[in-house]
Design a protein around this ligand. Structure first.
Ligand SMILES: [Zn+2]
Length: 368
């Protein structure tokens, strides 16, 4: 535990220890400990530095989630899932939100969770920048002081996580209680679905980094593809072509390109037998015209890059079972969830990148 205090996240660790102290206020031993931690001097380097790389940022986040988990009994992966959901849909608006909540000049945040002012301070609170626990509670706001500094600050990570934890704890601690709490927070079914998917992924793999990738077809087999973004479709009216067609023999293995969770599986008039997989970046990977699926795979299952999910076919463009209206190929598309709408983006550059990565890996393995 002492090692925690030697890195440059010392202050954040302190903040969390006092959140723990608040919750365990019945235990004098914890109080004594919290007091001891509070007397630790700040680091000479000027306190918490901005996370200097992706890895250290992720490590700091994981540490914070685990500490808040120890303090509140809420599993770390639930904090991580909410944080990741907000990161993935709110990337573009973070700056303006930070300005609105008066946190623009504040220290860089470790988490991406932004609790809007009316929710934090209470919708009828005349002071929408209220940081006083008592008046916030009086107006029904979520804001809590998790850092023990006497202020409930929406720009402070410990305060934000502790406030979220207090909200979650009102509903109970099962996975379905958690889903209800999330629904009550966002009032949005899609948000609730995403957060529960992310929580499942984090719980399953036990880590924050789920960024691996694979090409959807086995490398070195007989396939061909080119950039077909936006070209017309021959069936189903004038719609742009949202994806890349990879032409390949009937029955060739189709593999998951990412760590993800199976969100959709079944027949679609356009896509035939198709499967949709959600990844931790909130991207939806869509595989269409399959001949069939890997038998054991069902909705809610978790997959890893390279895992077999089905086989290339020519199903689609009609009622269930229709096939052979076009040459066999895998239609692969990616959609990004921005909270309100899902945007398709061109998967071709990513496909090229994944293919090259795997070729390089193969050559490396051969040399060994
Ligand atoms: Zn296509």
């Amino acid at each position: 535990m002492l090692a925690l205090f030697t890195n440059h996240y010392t202050r954040r660790t302190l903040l969390c220890m006092s959140a723990a102290a608040l919750l365990w206020s019945g235990s004098p031993a914890v109080h004594a400990n919290a007091a001891r931690y509070h007397t630790l001097p700040e680091l000479k380097s000027g306190g918490p530095a901005a996370p200097d790389s992706k890895e250290t940022a992720a490590a700091a986040r994981k540490e914070l989630f685990e500490q808040m988990s120890a303090a509140t009994g809420i599993p770390w992966f639930r904090f991580a899932a909410i944080d990741q959901y907000e990161r993935s849909v709110a990337k573009k608006k973070t700056k303006s939100d930070a300005a609105e909540t008066g946190t623009a000049a504040a220290k860089p945040r470790v988490t991406g969770i932004i609790i809007p002012a009316p929710v934090w301070s209470g919708p009828l609170n005349p002071d929408q920048n209220d940081k006083l626990q008592d008046s916030i509670s009086f107006f029904g706001g979520l804001g809590r002081d998790g850092s023990g500094d006497g202020k409930a600050d929406p720009g402070n990570d410990a305060d934000v996580l502790y406030s979220m934890a207090s909200h979650l704890l009102k509903y109970g601690d099962s996975a379905s209680d958690f889903n209800i709490a999330i629904w009550e927070y966002y009032h949005n079914g899609r948000a609730a679905q995403r957060v529960s998917q992310f929580a499942k992924l984090y719980e399953h793999f036990g880590r924050l980094d789920l960024s691996g990738s694979a090409f959807p077809l086995p490398i070195g087999t007989n396939y061909s593809y080119r950039s077909t973004w936006g070209t017309g479709r021959s069936w189903g009216g004038a719609r742009i072509h949202e994806g890349t067609d990879l032409f390949a023999p009937h029955g060739l293995t189709v593999r998951s390109t990412c760590f993800g969770i199976v969100e959709t599986k079944g027949w679609n008039r356009y896509g035939g037998w198709r499967i949709g997989i959600r990844d931790i970046e909130n991207r939806y990977h869509y595989y269409a015209h399959l001949m069939g699926y890997e038998k054991t795979l069902k909705r809610g299952d978790i997959v890893a890059p390279g895992q077999t999910i089905g086989w290339v076919g020519s199903s689609g463009y009609g009622s269930p079972g229709t096939q052979g209206k076009f040459p066999p190929h895998l239609h692969y598309g990616i959609y990004r969830d921005r909270g309100i709408t899902e945007w398709a983006f061109d998967p071709y550059p990513l496909l090229k990148q994944w293919e090259n990565q795997e070729y390089r890996q193969l050559r490396k393995n051969k040399k060994k």
